[in-house]
Design a protein around this ligand. Structure first.
Ligand code: TTP
Ligand code: MG
Length: 358
C-alpha cells in the first residue's frame, strides 16, 4: 500500500516575519515589494491570514495591496504592515524544515521553498501515517515556531490537494476508498494543472466542481482540452502514479525586475538585461552548475500581458557571453513590430536559464 504525505507551510514568508518580530503578532502582514505609499510597482510574495481577509494575496500588485489596506484602515481596521522580506533567511529555514522531515520519512521530494512530498508507506496504515504527521507538525511548531498543513493520500495528487484542504495548521487524511468522494465537491481549480485559463474555459460550459467534470468521457475531455484531457480524466478520479523524485536540483535559475516606470527605452532596458544576465550567471555558478542549454526571456507589458520566449541551444554552453547574446536576441522582438506591433511599454523583464549541467 502506497501512502504519500504532502507538507506545506502556512503563509510561509509572513509567518517567519511574525515569529521574528513579535510586535507584528496578530497584525495583517504583507511580504513583498515596497508599496511606496501606493505607487510601488512589484507584487505581493505572500500575506498572512489577517491580511488575506482584506483580499490581499500572492502575486497581487503591491499597489493594489496598499489600496486594500488603506480601505480597511478607513473602515477602522488595522492597516497592514508591509515587509520587504529576507529571502536568504526563508531559504535557510526551509532547509532546516526539510532536514527535520527527512528524519521522519525515508524518501522526501522538496517541491518548493515551503512544501515537500514524503513517502509514508512504511507506516503500514493511514492511522499510523497520521500519527507520524501529528508528531512532525508538533516538532515544527515547537522547534521552529511555525505551523504547517499536511495532507495524506494514496498518491502525490491527493496528498497535495489534502494539505490545502484545511489551512492553517491542518491535517487531512484521504484514504483510497474516500478519494473520489473527497474530490467531487471541490472546485476544478484544485486539480494541479488546471490554471485560470482552463478554469474559465470549463466555467463557460457550466463546469465548476470536479463532479461536473466526471460527466465527461475520456475522449470528450480530450476533445475539450487536448492530450491533457486524458490525464485529467484519471486525476479527477484520484488516480495519479507520479513517483517521488528525491534528488532536489534547481531546475532553473532566473532573475526578474519590475522597472520603476513602464518603458521602451533601449538605452535603459539593455543595461538592465545585462545586469540580470550577470546575476543569473553568478547564481548558476553559486549553485554548483557550470553550463545551461535553454534561455528564457519573459516580458510583462504595462497592461500586464505577460509573455515568454525561449531558445534551446544544440549543445550545453558555459559561456556568459552566449547567455547575454541569446537573452538579447529573445528580447528584441518584444521591442519592435514583431511581437509588439502597438508599441506597448514594458513593465518587467526576466531572464532564466534551464537544462542546467555540471
Ligand atoms: P505558498 O505555499 O503558495 O503560500 P503561503 O505558504 O504563503 O500560504 P499558504 O498558507 O496558503 O500555503 O507559497 C510559499 C511561499 O512562496 C510564500 O510564503 C511566498 C512565496 N511565494 C511568492 O513569493 N510568490 C507567489 O506568487 C507565491 C504563490 C508564493
Ligand atoms: Mg505554503
Amino acid at each position: 500500500m502506497r501512502i504519500i504525505g504532502h507538507l506545506d507551510m502556512d503563509a510561509f514568508f509572513a509567518a517567519v516575519e511574525e515569529r521574528d518580530h513579535p510586535e507584528l503578532a496578530g497584525r495583517p502582514v504583507v511580504v513583498g515589494a515596497d508599496p511606496a505609499g501606493g505607487k510601488g510597482r512589484g507584487v505581493v510574495a505572500t500575506a498572512n491570514y489577517p491580511a488575506r481577509v482584506y483580499g490581499i494575496h500572492s502575486a497581487l500588485p503591491i499597489s493594489r495591496a496598499w489600496k486594500l489596506s488603506e480601505a480597511a484602515r478607513r473602515r477602522g481596521r488595522p492597516a497592514a504592515v508591509f515587509v520587504r522580506g529576507n529571502y536568504r533567511r526563508y531559504a535557510e529555514i526551509s532547509a532546516r524544515i526539510m532536514a527535520r522531515l527527512r528524519e521522519y520519512a525515508p524518501v522526501v521530494e522538496a517541491g518548493g521553498i515551503d512544501e515537500a512530498y514524503f513517502d509514508l508507506s512504511f507506516a503500514g496504515s493511514y492511522a499510523g501515517a497520521a500519527e507520524i504527521c501529528r508528531r512532525l507538525k508538533e516538532e515544527i511548531k515547537t522547534r521552529e515556531g511555525l505551523t504547517a498543513s499536511v495532507g495524506i493520500g494514496p498518491n502525490k495528487l491527493l496528498a497535495k490537494i489534502a494539505s490545502d484542504f484545511h489551512k492553517p495548521d491542518g491535517l487531512t487524511v484521504v484514504t483510497p476508498e474516500a478519494a473520489e468522494d473527497f474530490l467531487e465537491p471541490l472546485p476544478v481549480r484544485k486539480i494541479p494543472g488546471i490554471g485560470p485559463k482552463t478554469e474559465a474555459l470549463l466555467a463557460r460550459r457550466g463546469i465548476k466542481v470536479i463532479r461536473d467534470l466526471k460527466k465527461f468521457s475520456a475522449p470528450e475531455l480530450q476533445e475539450m482540452l487536448g492530450k491533457w484531457g486524458l490525464n485529467l480524466y484519471e486525476r479527477i478520479r484520484g488516480r495519479h502514479s507520479g513517483p517521488l523524485v528525491e534528488e532536489y536540483e534547481p531546475k532553473s535559475v532566473g532573475e526578474q525586475e519590475t522597472f520603476g516606470e513602464d518603458t521602451l527605452d533601449l538605452q535603459f532596458i539593455f543595461p538592465r538585461l545585462w545586469d540580470m544576465c550577470q546575476e543569473v550567471w553568478r547564481r548558476l555558478l553559486a549553485e554548483g552548475f557550470t553550463n545551461f542549454r535553454t534561455v528564457v526571456v519573459t516580458v510583462r507589458f504595462a497592461d500586464f500581458d505577460t509573455r515568454s520566449r525561449s531558445h534551446t541551444l544544440p549543445a550545453a554552453t558555459g559561456s556568459e557571453r552566449i547567455l547575454r547574446f541569446k537573452a538579447m536576441q529573445l528580447l528584441l522582438p518584444f521591442l519592435d513590430h514583431r511581437e509588439n506591433p502597438r508599441g506597448k511599454l514594458i513593465r518587467l523583464i526576466g531572464v532564466r536559464v534551464e537544462k542546467l549541467g555540471k
